[in-house]
Design a protein around this ligand. Structure first.
Ligand SMILES: *Cc1c(COP(=O)(O)O)cnc(C)c1O
Length: 415
């Protein structure tokens, strides 16, 4: 930071402020985590300046002697960590990874079956605002309105009537395990390709605390910055037979030069993911989410699907006197950071957001456990039920601060 402070004190100050914000607030954003310090280091290394196109040994610029080794490390480690036949580590993001998968084996206009966004799906799964919906013909399955879980019989019925070329299993806000085996049977029945988008779950899968989609799917995509705790960027795993098609679809199909610094960060997190520290954070992440859901249900919150199997807890606030946005804002004033989220009931009212999504990854990475999680739920409840009472919100803020001081962001130094 020495050089930045000299070149641009204004920006340097913002970095310091951001560090302090992270240190003094509780991060419950399911799509974030505290990366190891070494990840931040490698992302800021000279690999950031190398321009590469193509793949190791087949580049369009010279000077790739070291970056080829970097990419090969990411490839070898990633394949072995996830038990995948083939891997592409170049996608800039989860969305780019999904785009490349679609374009690798589909023709524009082909039918795809994926999860509806208010029911948990992602923009890149054919939402009308996403370019994916302009290129392919998406149909969406929903969760069962009673159980708020995926209804596989319904998915199968839809698959039989839609006859998609591809089925997408995977979600942005779905707290339950996905039965990839069942999805694969359904895909097999209609001769569709199966893509699992495990963007949120990669860290949990890497640590083997939840089942892996890899054995059951033609393609698996993920991002490295959610439970995976790595830098930004996406990854594609696939069966060997699709390897060449995937490589072409990523470059030159959907991207130009790739980010060597991020590829290096991917190689690094694939190594760290084998360490006990990483595995124990992922175990704790699952336990903490479960405790969070239980504690909230004890306070009569409507938890989507009645619990969780992963790092996410979704609260439907419809029956409470507070909207998703007001809850998000009031909790931010109290130092608890999360995001408002659409819930299944919102799909009929345009623009309505009645839920909030909680993730246990970042607080688990800080070393918090059951007593802290129970405390966080108490504090959330206090703030959310008294959003207009400044004194209450301030009291919560103070207690959040105290908790943060007891559990500093350690960035993998010790966990
Ligand atoms: C977060 C997420 C993505 C990510 O995409 P970015 O392009 O990296 O923002 C893709 N799919 C799902 C299901 C996600 O949750």
């Amino acid at each position: 930071m020495l050089y930045l402070a000299n070149d641009d004190p204004e920006l340097a100050k913002l970095v310091i402020n951001e560090e302090s914000r992270l240190e003094t607030t509780l991060n419950l954003i399911a799509a974030e985590n505290h990366s190891p310090q070494s990840i931040l280091e490698i992302m800021g290394s000279v690999f950031n300046t190398k321009t590469i196109e193509g793949y190791p040994g087949k580049r369009f610029h010279s000077g790739c002697i070291h970056v080829d080794k970097v990419e090969n490390l990411a490839i070898t480690r990633g394949k072995s960590l996830f038990g995948a036949e083939y891997i592409n580590v170049q996608p800039h993001s989860g969305t780019s990874a999904n785009l490349a998968v679609y374009f690798s084996v589909l023709k524009t206009g082909d039918r795809v079956l994926s999860m509806s966004l208010p029911h948990g799906g992602h923009l890149s799964h054919g939402h009308k605002a996403s370019i994916t919906s302009k290129c392919f013909d998406f149909s969406h399955y929903k969760v069962n309105s009673e159980t708020e879980m995926i209804d596989y019989d319904r998915v199968r019925e839809m698959a039989l009537s839609v006859k998609p070329r591809m089925i997408v299993a995977g979600a942005s806000s779905y707290p339950r395990l996905i039965d990839y085996e069942k999805m694969s049977q359904i895909a097999g029945e209609v001769s569709a390709f199966l893509l699992a988008d495990m963007a949120h779950l990669a860290g949990l899968v890497a640590a083997k605390v939840i089942p892996s989609p890899v054995p059951h799917c033609d393609f698996v995509t993920f991002t490295c910055y959610k439970t995976m705790m790595g830098g930004r960027g996406g990854v594609i795993l696939c069966k060997e037979t699709f390897g060449k098609k995937i490589d072409k679809a990523v470059f030159p199909g959907c991207q130009g030069t790739s980010a060597v610094n991020l590829i290096a960060a991917k190689a690094l997190i694939f190594k760290l993911a084998r360490e006990e520290k990483f595995v124990s954070i992922q175990k704790k992440t699952i336990q903490n989410a479960r405790i969070m859901a239980e504690a909230l249900m004890e306070k009569d919150y409507h938890i989507i699907s009645g619990g969780t199997d992963n790092h996410q807890v979704l609260i439907d606030l419809t029956s409470r006197s507070i909207s998703g946005k007001s809850a998000e804002d009031c909790l931010e004033s109290a130092g608890i950071i999360l995001n408002r989220n659409v819930v299944p009931k919102d799909e009929t009212t345009l623009g309505k957001v009645s839920g909030i999504r909680l993730g246990s990854g970042a607080v688990s990475a800080r070393g918090m456990g059951e007593p802290q999680i129970r405390k966080i739920v108490e504090l959330m409840d206090m703030a959310m039920m008294n959003p207009a009472k400044k004194a209450v919100v301030k009291e919560v803020r103070n207690r959040v601060l105290k908790l943060c001081r007891e559990f500093p962001v350690n960035r993998f130094a010790e966990a």
